[in-house]
Design a protein around this ligand. Structure first.
Ligand code: GUN
Length: 288
């Protein structure tokens, strides 16, 4: 029997635990965790993500601030905004929604965020700590995957883990976390040879490439644990919305072979926001 991990339910459980911790904090007269989300320009999808982050924050009792900046803002004005948030005592977490418009330097902007408030874990100091195996802020999506494995008591130590995708947001931090958990980790990417062969050896397979159903179900090893980080919209005239969401893994056949699998939607996706709240609470606990 395949276990299908319900990421929505797990995310709700975690968000309830966080809300209870925040209530205890506020009842004791302490300031709640505060998250600032900075969004530049009017990309529709980014605004949808940001408003769901804001809603989740408020439901957990956080202080939440959304800062929407014009799409033509200068690099120095963006950095000035981030520096003001660095100094703001009500703000414990700063998230700069990516991608930024192309005239802005993403790396320089991320570097301007105080690493102690970098709840996305994208600042080079935190990326360095993660790769040194030092406790730090870890990017929310790979952290969510690790939390899913932990809460389902899935053994990682000594297992062959294959991470497909080498992005800074998912693939690289995912590989670092699995390595720290004593897996033998391979990172695959667009130039990898014989991906089906590598998948066939993977006890744990994480797909984060952003290509709909790229990983074929027939490649999955019998009994593998499959974590699908992709959320891709594909045209579907039979659906009332005209599209449907699919992962990076061909689900039906993969689910037949896997021992554990995450669905799309309702798998890894909802865990990302829960981990953003967890990181912001962790940050709050490190401030007086
Ligand atoms: N854009 C897509 N995913 C993310 C994320 O996890 N954090 C930020 N800041 N921007 C994103």
């Amino acid at each position: 029997m395949t276990t299908v991990i319900d990421g929505k339910k797990l995310s709700e459980e975690i968000r309830n635990e966080i809300a209870a911790a925040v209530k205890t904090m506020v009842d004791a007269g302490r300031m709640p965790p505060g998250l600032a989300v900075v969004i530049v320009g009017d990309d529709k999808a980014s605004h949808v993500y940001v408003s769901s982050k804001k809603k989740a924050c408020e439901a957990a009792g956080f202080y939440s601030r959304e800062i929407a900046l014009a799409g033509d803002i200068s690099q120095s004005d963006l950095i000035y905004t981030l520096e003001q948030l660095n100094r703001d005592p009500q703000i414990h977490g700063i998230l700069l929604q990516l991608p930024l418009p192309s005239h802005l330097d993403e790396f320089a902007a991320l570097k301007a965020i105080n690493p102690a408030k970098d709840v996305d874990g994208f600042h080079p100091v935190n990326v360095g700590y993660l790769h040194l195996g030092v406790d730090t802020f870890v990017p929310c999506t790979p952290l969510g995957v690790m939390e899913m494995l932990k809460r389902h008591n899935i053994d990682i130590s000594g297992k062959n883990a294959l991470v497909i995708g080498r992005s800074n947001i998912v693939g690289k931090p995912m590989a670092a976390l699995l390595t720290k958990a004593n897996a033998t980790v391979t990172i695959a990417h667009s130039r990898t040879r014989d991906l089906p062969g590598l998948c066939g050896q993977a006890d744990i397979l994480v797909a984060g490439i952003g290509k709909p159903e790229f990983v074929k179900g027939s490649w999955v090893k019998e009994g593998a644990v499959v974590l699908d980080v992709g959320t891709n919209s594909v045209d579907d005239p039979t659906s009332p919305r005209g599209y449907r969401l699919v992962g990076d893994v061909e689900y039906t056949e993969a689910a037949r072979r896997a021992s554990v699998i995450t669905p799309v939607p309702g798998g890894v996706g909802p865990m990302t926001i829960a981990m953003l709240l967890a990181n912001t609470l962790k940050s709050r606990q490190q401030f007086p």
